[in-house]
Design a protein around this ligand. Structure first.
Ligand SMILES: Cc1cc2nc3c(=O)[nH]c(=O)nc-3n(C[C@H](O)[C@H](O)[C@H](O)COP(=O)(O)OP(=O)(O)OC[C@H]3O[C@@H](n4cnc5c(N)ncnc54)[C@H](O)[C@@H]3O)c2cc1C
Length: 141
C-alpha cells in the first residue's frame, strides 16, 4: 500500500526495490473537510512500487488504475492520468515477462521489470539519467 509516508520520503528515502514509476503531483485532496491544497506540496518525486498493483490473495492479477494499493492521501497525488498510464505500461511489461518466464505476475523479478522499463525509456530515477536525457534530446531533434 502506497502511503503518505512514501510521498514524504520521496525517492531519496524510499527503500523499495520494485519501483516502477515515479510521480510528483502535490497531495491534492478534494471535498469538504479535506486538507487545504497548500499543505500538500512535495519536496521530491516519489516512486510507486510494483507490489501496489498486486492484490493480496491473487497471484496473477495486476490493478493498473486508481484501484491499486494507494491510501486515500497517496491517491490524491498519484491518481493523475500520467501516473495511471505508467502503471499500465508497468503492468503490461510485467505480464509479458510473466509469459516469458512461465510464472505468475507476482513472481516477476522486480530487477528484470525495472530493467525492461528502463530499456523502454521509462524514467525511474530523479534527476533523470544522462542516457534518458540524451534519448529525449534526440527524439525532439
Ligand atoms: C473532472 C476531472 C478532472 C480531472 N483532471 C485531471 C487533470 O487535469 N489531469 C490529470 O492528470 N488527471 C485529472 N483527473 C484525474 C484522472 O483523470 C483520473 O484520476 C485518471 O484518469 C484515472 O485513471 P484510471 O485508469 O484509474 O481510470 P479511468 O481513466 O477512469 O479509466 C477507466 C476506463 O474504464 C472504462 N470502463 C469502466 N467500466 C468498464 C467496463 N465494465 N468495461 C470496459 N470498460 C470500462 C471507462 O470507460 C474508462 O475509460 C481528473 C478527473 C476528473 C474526474
Amino acid at each position: 500500500m502506497l502511503t503518505e509516508h512514501d510521498l514524504d520520503a520521496g525517492l531519496r528515502g524510499q527503500t523499495h526495490d520494485d519501483i516502477i514509476c515515479i510521480a510528483d503531483h502535490t497531495k491534492d485532496t478534494h471535498g469538504e473537510g479535506q486538507r487545504p491544497h497548500a499543505s500538500g506540496e512535495l519536496n521530491w518525486p516519489y516512486g510507486v512500487p510494483f507490489r501496489c498493483l498486486l492484490p493480496q490473495e491473487f497471484d496473477n492479477l495486476a490493478v493498473a488504475c486508481r484501484g491499486a494499493g494507494f491510501s486515500s492521501l497517496a491517491a490524491s497525488s498519484c491518481r493523475l492520468s500520467r501516473t495511471m498510464m505508467q502503471l499500465g505500461q508497468a503492468a503490461g511489461t510485467a505480464a509479458a515477462l510473466a509469459v516469458r518466464t512461465g510464472g505468475p505476475l507476482a513472481a516477476v523479478n522486480p530487477a528484470d521489470l525495472r530493467a525492461s522499463l528502463l530499456a523502454q525509456h521509462v524514467q525511474l530515477d530523479w534527476p533523470m539519467s544522462a542516457d534518458l536525457e540524451a534519448h529525449l534530446r534526440n527524439e525532439d531533434a
